[in-house]
Design a protein around this ligand. Structure first.
Ligand SMILES: Cc1cc2nc3c(=O)[nH]c(=O)nc-3n(C[C@H](O)[C@H](O)[C@H](O)COP(=O)(O)OP(=O)(O)OC[C@H]3O[C@@H](n4cnc5c(N)ncnc54)[C@H](O)[C@@H]3O)c2cc1C
Length: 380
């Protein structure tokens, strides 16, 4: 292939999905491919690092992986903000210009819809780095009263993350010697902490009971009255709090909504090929409606399927391997112990999950999960 005849691949979003997809294309074609990867931010951060920042285990600077270290043959990473997507024409406008593509992959993740939950903008959340940093400063001032971990809607990123937050908060308060003066409650819109794995859910619920964490499943926080320090649930029940730790409602970024690609907040795709209804346009990761959880491991799995399809199409050798809907999630149980659940969405008639009990040994596995991706994508 020469530069003039090379198909142009345009990937929007350098998160889990975009980084893995472009890495695979670069590994396969080297400099013989024309990939442009666009992201508005200057660095990548693992979702789970927000919990580390919030509880003061790591600084925000320590968990940022600057995009300047993402250097791959055949891939050009541009720091620009996508302002319009014309999926029909595969033409994307950014604050830096207009990009046309033969293949367009939308990997812009999920955004937070603060307006969907009145009062949330005036409360604390731990799903952004800025929110986690604010909580890092607020938590030391909490020495007694009611803490409420409240999820404002589903689907949300990483189903076990709010459970992890409640368990880590318990540990944090025990370490500071104030747990006896504090109450922890946890409101979750899902019927159980990890619905595809009843065993994992049972273990988490048992951990809440052991630690005296009040668990309210099947309910979401519908609004917050910050003046009265009350969260109002979707059934009208009011819950008092002194400290609110929220998970905002999620949906695709505004630019995707404005493009007309989304339906009910998410981009419809063929769940096994990630193709959208627009020829040559795919969506991977949290923004795509595949029926699998919104988590980095699933974004990566989807990226592998799209990469294999693009490789087959560019080589004119048929079609690629389908998305398997399989992912492994690590779960912080507190006390330095990590559990693990392997979830399989597509190989059986219904999703299943295999649970691995929490242990200190699994912490090493989680560390490898992070360090292997850091090395693969950023060479660090
Ligand atoms: C607290 C917490 C804990 C988590 N724990 C885990 C875990 O243990 N394991 C796991 O697998 N997942 C975990 N996740 C989920 C994981 O972080 C996400 O599911 C994953 O990042 C999704 O990948 P993505 O590629 O779809 O989107 P993202 O990684 O969110 O990437 C999207 C990118 O698009 C960019 N972007 C958005 N809009 C624009 C625009 N207009 N112009 C240009 N760029 C734009 C963003 O800057 C971003 O870099 C966790 C998440 C949270 C919040």
């Amino acid at each position: 292939m020469n530069t003039t005849s090379m198909p142009r691949v345009l990937v929007l979003g350098a998160g889990f999905g975009g980084l893995e997809l472009t890495t695979l294309l670069s590994e396969t074609f080297g400099a013989d491919i024309d990939v442009t990867l666009i992201d508005k931010s200057g660095a990548f951060v693992f979702g789970f690092s927000k919990l580390d920042v919030m509880f003061g285990h790591k600084t925000a600077d320590a968990v940022r992986m600057p995009y300047r270290n993402f250097v791959k043959p055949g891939v050009r990473l541009l720091r620009q903000t996508v302002t319009a997507i014309d999926a029909e024409e595969r033409r994307v406008t950014t604050d830096g210009g207009v990009h046309e593509a033969d293949f367009l992959i939308v990997a812009l993740g999920a955004d937070y819809d603060f307006d969907a939950t009145p009062g949330l903008a005036g409360a604390n959340e731990f799903y952004t780095v800025a929110g986690a940093e604010r909580l890092r400063d607020v938590l030391p001032t909490f020495t007694g009263g009611k803490a409420l971990v409240g999820v404002c809607g589903a689907p949300y990123k990483c189903p076990p993350a709010p459970s992890e937050c409640a368990l880590m908060l318990h540990d944090y308060l025990v370490t500071r010697g104030v747990r006896g003066a504090c109450e922890i409650n946890f409101v979750l819109p899902l019927p159980s902490p990890v619905p595809p794995s009843p065993e994992t859910s049972r273990a988490l619920v048992a951990a809440f009971v052991e630690r005296n964490i009040g668990f309210i499943p099947g309910r979401r926080v519908a609004s917050i009255d910050n003046a009265r320090k009350v969260a109002i649930l979707d059934d009208g029940v009011e819950m008092q709090f002194d400290l609110f730790l929220g998970v905002p409602r999620h949906r695709v970024p505004d630019v995707v909504i404005d493009s007309g690609m989304a339906e009910n907040g998410w981009i419809p795709v063929n769940p096994r090929t990630l193709e959208t209804r627009y020829p040559g346009v795919y969506a991977v990761g949290d923004g795509a409606n595949t029926g699998t959880p919104k988590a980095g491991v699933f974004a990566e799995g989807a990226a592998r399927a799209v990469a294999s399809d693009l490789i087959a199409r560019l080589r004119k050798t048929g079609s690629g391997t389908q998305y398997d809907g399989f992912g492994t999630c690590y779960i912080e149980f507190g006390g330095g112990r990590i559990g693990k659940v392997e979830v399989d969405f597509f190989s059986g008639p219904k999703p299943t999950g295999t649970y691995h009990e929490p242990s200190v040994a699994l912490r090493a596995d989680k560390e490898v999960f992070g360090s292997s991706r850091r090395a693969r994508w950023f060479g660090l």
